[in-house]
Write a protein that binds this ligand. Structure first.
Ligand code: ADP
Ligand code: MG
Length: 589
């Protein structure tokens, strides 16, 4: 019986013990607060929304202890008149919406009147604010949602909100937070994205006393992008033009910047979308963007883009979720098409349509030499780690994982055909080489014997804010792999040495993509992630012609790995067609 199986019979039904009652306000507001304030970055986001709605042009964000100990947002906006300061902390108290009609066309970032009371329900909050025409400011201190102090206090025009001891009385929520570094990462992501949505506003982020980000505030999106993604990267972006200004104001209007097809990233993390200047998460928009690049990018590569969508407020519903980052469009198809067309037009007009060759060049870290893998010139740039001379097998052969294979030939310069005791094997040369290199570098690190390649000249590498954070977080792990990296001014580092495996590779590209890969999703093992990325960058590419000896050599090395049938990403390295399958296929049996 189903009920018994799920133990329903034993369950206590709450309504048998308690009558239905409307929850007391403090309980209700704590429940609601949980939806608005998921983590420290949500507090930062709500406070930024308020500062921007107040017309601030200068906003400083300060955080300590991942935002749990302290979050402070200082703005130079319009401030709050003294008689309204307490009301601002009441639930559903807002100056931005009055009637249900207003809800139909929201032009401010906030409108639910929920942020301040929600924050005050889960942390200690103080506010100092002064509005125009007031001589002094107002200070307000709130604990457990109740005003414990209200006083006059001198302060500049604008508002400062300080949030302390977030989730202190919510140990369950606190437990779900990740490391300080991860929470800082989320906060920094919010601030940098907002600096792209509001290039005219100067944002400063101070993390544990150190200024980690400062936007130019010059009303130039390209300049703002330069600070977030690096000046050189920003320079190469193509402007999605605003048109002649005569367009139908009722249609979605697209502006922003997109990367030319030659400039791609290995993750989808470089696409930002703003709808009426609100940073939004929407599954359809990245899809529409990538559709515009259809046929221009190699699989697995993604564009860099900032897309601003302006449309009549009544055509977009932002009241979908308490965090207001999801939106619904009234005419979704139109928005989709507008994004796709605007980007496609930009690409066609400004970027040359790549030939097969340029497509090939935009693949991840191509080796500078397309010549043979094994060169006699051992000191040359292009010496591959695959060379049997350079690298003897590091581990004892694992027995019985892969039968002895004889190479027959190569298909499409991508797959190796081999014959074994039980039929035919089709081996993906890139995946197979990845497996070999992954185990080699992993073992070298474990034995603390990573082969290192020093640079003749230190190589400056431009980093994004996120990459810089990741570099700081995982500097130690990178050093174990032979990276010698030095901090060198804002957004730049100097690379003095790399693992020898990266010999001949583009150091900047390898390092930035490694950081992106390591930062993607929640990696359980950073060190392994580094090894995966290094192997991926150094492995022979699909499309590269290999000699018979090179192929045989690769297969020998693959045989000795501990998991020859899968690449380190988990994809198969080979397809096996057994003798029986072949016979069956040809009707011999
Ligand atoms: P909402 O933003 O949805 O209106 P909030 O709870 O975030 O709700 O804020 C309540 C009200 O407090 C706002 O409507 C606004 O009038 C006022 N307020 C909050 N923060 C600021 C600020 N930084 N500057 C000026 N006014 C503010
Ligand atoms: Mg708000």
């Amino acid at each position: 019986m189903i009920t018994a199986r799920y133990g329903i019979g034993k369950r206590k039904w709450y309504n048998t013990n308690m009558p239905i009652k409307v929850l007391p306000t403090d309980v209700a507001s704590k429940i609601a607060a949980g939806e608005v304030v998921e983590r420290p970055a949500s507090v930062v986001k709500e406070l930024l929304d308020n500062s921007l709605d107040a017309g601030a042009t200068n906003i400083a964000v300060e955080v300590q202890g991942g935002g749990v100990r302290l979050i402070r947002v200082v703005d130079n906006g319009v401030g709050i008149p003294p008689e309204e300061v307490d009301i601002a902390f009441e639930r559903f108290a807002t100056s931005k919406v009055e009637t249900t009609d207003d809800l139909e066309s929201i032009s401010s970032l906030g409108f639910r009147g929920e942020a301040l009371p929600s924050i005050a329900a889960v942390a200690e909050v103080t506010m100092v604010t002064r509005s125009k025409g007031e001589l002094g400011g107002t200070f307000l201190n709130i604990k457990d949602s109740a005003v414990v102090e209200k006083a006059k206090r001198g302060c500049p025009l604008g508002t400062t909100v300080t949030v302390r001891n977030l989730f202190r009385s919510f140990p369950a929520r606190l437990k779900f937070l990740k490391s300080t570094a991860t929470e800082n990462g989320h906060i920094s992501q919010i601030v940098t994205q907002y600096s792209l949505a509001f290039p005219e506003v100067r944002f400063v982020l101070i993390v544990d006393g150190r200024t980690t980000f400062r936007s130019p505030g010059k009303d130039s999106l390209r300049e703002a992008l330069g600070v977030v993604y690096g000046a050189e990267n920003a320079k190469s972006l193509l402007a999605v033009e605003a048109g002649d200004g005569n367009e139908d104001p009722l249609l979605p209007h697209i502006t922003g910047f997109v990367s030319p097809p030659s400039f791609t990233r290995a993750t989808r993390g470089y696409m930002s979308f703003f709808v009426n200047r609100r940073w939004v998460q929407n599954r359809m928009l990245p899809y529409a963007l990538e559709e515009a690049y259809r046929g221009l990018l190699v699989t697995g590569r993604h564009p860099v883009a900032v897309i601003n969508i302006a449309l009549p407020p009544q055509d977009v519903d932002v009241n979908v979720h308490p965090a207001k980052s999801e939106v619904r469009f009234r005419h979704e198809r139109d928005v989709f098409t507008a994004v796709q067309m605007a980007v496609r037009d930009t690409l066609v007009a400004q970027a040359p349509i790549p030939t097969l060759e340029t497509l090939y060049q935009s693949q991840p870290a191509p080796a500078p030499s397309t010549g043979p893998l094994i060169t006699s010139d051992a000191g040359a740039q292009a010496t591959s780690a695959m060379s049997p001379v350079a690298t003897p097998p590091p581990v004892a052969p694992a027995v019985g994982l892969l039968p002895i294979l004889r190479v027959v030939g190569q298909v499409a310069s991508t797959y190796i055909i081999a014959e074994g005791p039980d039929g035919m094997y089709l081996i993906d040369q890139h995946a197979a080489h990845e497996r070999v290199l992954f185990e080699r570098i992993r073992d070298q690190r474990q034995r603390r014997a990573v082969e290192v390649q020093g640079m003749l000249q230190p190589v400056p590498v431009e980093l994004t804010v996120r990459q810089q954070e990741l570099l700081e977080m995982h500097g130690e792990a990178l050093a174990e792999y032979g990276f010698d990296i030095e901090h060198f001014g804002e957004r730049t580092c100097l690379v003095r040495s790399v693992p020898a495996m990266l010999r001949g590779q583009n150091v900047a590209q390898s390092l930035t993509e490694l950081l992106d890969f390591v930062g993607e999703g929640a990696k359980s093992d950073w060190r392994e992630g580094i090894a995966v990325s290094l192997a991926c960058h150094s492995a022979v590419l699909a499309g590269q012609v290999l000699s018979h000896d090179e192929m045989q050599d690769l297969i020998r090395q693959l045989e000795r790995t501990s998991n020859p049938k899968h690449c380190p990403h988990g994809r198969p390295t080979m397809i096996h067609l057994s003798a029986a399958q072949l016979e069956k296929g040809f009707g011999r049996r």
